[in-house]
Design a protein around this ligand. Structure first.
Ligand code: TRP
Length: 376
């Protein structure tokens, strides 16, 4: 369960290493593929399709059916997702938040957004609590900029909503043994005891809507699949706490510009941050790895491979939502018609346009961020 089984990619909430086989994770974690009747029902109840569903970017779930049953019956449920504020926000974080905003807008439900300043303090050797708390507010701006409204969005900063969070986390923690935490997360004797405790803090918001409203309000947690381990634990302890088990929707990770799988926070070149100025964005994209050939001549003759190309993936995940246009781009890559330099410039224009609008919305959010933050 710890994710370092021989020959397989390591996938834990704190480390993704190796070539991730997303189908294999469904088996390893015991989730369900998002397909067939449950996927059809989600689209039907939402009233429209979404490219992240059509393209299998959100591709796995736990118990989505129970949330859809409630939706069909008009019973309440809430969304919960989060971010570990270890630095500024990059496009890999933004990607699932866009889907979260779409879900909220389609289903008119409350969103609880957790900023784990405690987690990043505990796990990042060089960050102080002041650093992670400051990044929490910076990351909140990006979330708000995506269109979340104060009326139905609550932001939980762990160290600031601590009185409520602590009581919920304690009740979870009492039901999680060290042996479970070690098996699920792969802890060793070298981990500090705050790290071992932390999962109980990430469980807490799953129960927060029920706790606050004094009735059953199950949560649906759309998140990258590397976070699943926390919620396996949360689901196990839920019945003992008298709360419904949270349901999950899992997405894949936005690939690194350097090639490979997860964007690495430790290498800023691997991803585009929402705070990057246009010049930096340009440099990162133009230096990106691609699925191209060593020479123009060879590429014209043999074509490129979009399946390994971050430039193509940026459009697949985020920037080309029109399926017909994306298919045409893929065809032109494969046939050698579209060279990587030209393709990069095309994507650069899409990214810059999106970023300019986002950065403006992000600055406007500065005056309102306190309206979203949960206070005791
Ligand atoms: N641990 C997550 C991270 O490092 C942050 C997080 C907290 C989260 N609660 C969540 C992510 C719920 C997804 C869903 O980014």
């Amino acid at each position: 369960m710890s994710g370092d089984d021989e020959g397989k990619a390591k996938v834990t909430p704190w480390e993704v290493r190796g070539a991730v086989d997303y189908d294999e994770l469904v088996t390893r974690f015991g989730t369900s593929r998002l397909e067939g009747p449950v996927k059809d029902r989600l689209i039907k109840l939402a009233g429209e399709d979404h490219w992240m569903l059509r393209r299998g970017i959100f591709y796995s779930h736990r118990d989505l059916g129970t949330i859809l049953d409630r939706q069909a019956k008009g019973l309440p449920w809430a969304l919960y997702t989060g971010r570990g504020p270890s630095g500024h926000t990059h496009l890999g974080h933004i990607m699932p938040w866009i889907f979260n905003r779409w879900l909220q807008e389609r289903f008119k439900v409350k969103m609880y957004f957790q900023l784990t300043d405690d987690e990043k303090f505990l796990f990042m050797p060089d960050l102080t609590l002041e650093d992670t708390n400051r990044f929490a507010r910076e990351n909140a701006l990006d979330f708000i900029a995506l269109g979340f409204k104060p009326g139905d969005t609550r932001i939980v900063i762990d160290t600031e909503y601590a009185r409520t969070m602590y009581r919920l986390a304690l009740r979870a923690a009492k039901r999680i043994t060290f042996s479970t935490a070690r098996a699920v997360f792969g802890f060793t004797n070298e981990n500090n005891i705050g790290q071992i405790w932390f999962t109980s803090m990430q469980s807490a918001p799953a129960f927060l809507p029920s706790f606050l409203e004094g009735k059953e309000v199950p949560t649906l947690i759309p998140a990258a699949i590397d976070q699943d381990a926390h919620f396996r634990v949360a689901r196990d302890v839920a019945p003992g706490l008298g709360y419904p088990k949270p349901a999950l929707l899992h997405c894949k990770l936005l690939p690194s510009l350097l090639g490979g799988d997860k964007m690495s926070a430790s290498d800023p070149q691997s991803s585009i941050y929402t705070t990057d100025p246009p010049k930096v964005v340009r440099k990162k994209l133009m230096n990106s790895f691609t699925g191209g050939r060593v020479s123009v001549e060879e590429q014209r003759r043999l074509g490129a491979d979009p399946s390994i190309c971050p430039v193509f993936w940026y459009q697949h995940y985020l920037f080309e939502t029109d399926d017909a246009k994306l298919a045409e781009i893929e065809r032109r890559c494969r046939s050698g018609e579209l060279l990587c330099g030209e393709h990069k410039l095309q994507v650069l224009e899409q990214v810059q346009k999106w970023l300019a609008a986002h950065q403006a919305a992000r600055e406007r959010a500065r005056d309102h961020v306190e309206d979203y933050i949960m206070k005791e």
